[in-house]
Design a protein around this ligand. Structure first.
Ligand code: 4NP
Length: 161
């Protein structure tokens, strides 16, 4: 199994959506049996909550995607449970790296590095204090980045499609 964990701050806007969209691409490509996919937040503000209503509404509107993940906090042990940890912004990245155990095996990646169009911006912006347009933009970005990430993992792991 290949395991992928998406990480943001609250685990209610960006990372549960990245998890849902990555699962959607995996299912569309018939790769469900190869993957374990989850998400987590570096903070504990929203433990046990479903994704933000605005994120869930946009996911249904754009992709008929129902998000059922309940927020949990990132833990150091995730470095042993997952092959890839994918951070949404630089603060998430640093907070994840700070918890890395010496023998931790996961590769830590930045989500925005998989944007097909982007050449300079490094982060998936946090839409929590933003507008509907911001949630729409994050949805579009994550749909593209998660698709390209899946492609990169398929190539790295030499999965025959
Ligand atoms: P996320 O967005 O990290 O994409 O889930 C946020 C959610 C909640 C808060 C901040 C960002 N908060 O401050 O409660």
């Amino acid at each position: 199994m290949i395991s992928v964990l998406f990480v943001c701050l609250g685990n209610i806007c960006r990372s549960p959506l990245a998890e849902g969209l990555f699962k959607m691409h995996v299912n569309e490509q018939g790769l469900k049996d190869f993957f374990t996919i989850d998400s987590a937040g570096t903070a504990a503000y929203h433990l046990g909550e479903l994704a933000d209503k605005r994120t869930r509404e946009m996911a249904v509107r754009q992709d008929s995607l129902s998000l059922s993940h309940k927020a949990r906090q990132f833990v150091a042990n995730d470095f042993f449970s997952f092959d890839y940890i994918v951070a949404m912004d630089k603060t998430n990245y640093q907070n994840v790296i700070m918890l890395k155990p010496l023998q931790g095996t996961a590769k830590v990646l930045m989500m925005r590095h998989y944007d097909s169009k982007n050449i300079t911006e490094e982060i998936i912006p946090d839409p929590y204090y933003g507008t509907t347009k911001d949630f729409e933009e994050v949805h579009k970005l994550l749909k593209d980045c998660t698709k390209n990430l899946l492609q990169a993992i398929v190539e790295e792991k030499s999965i025959a499609l």
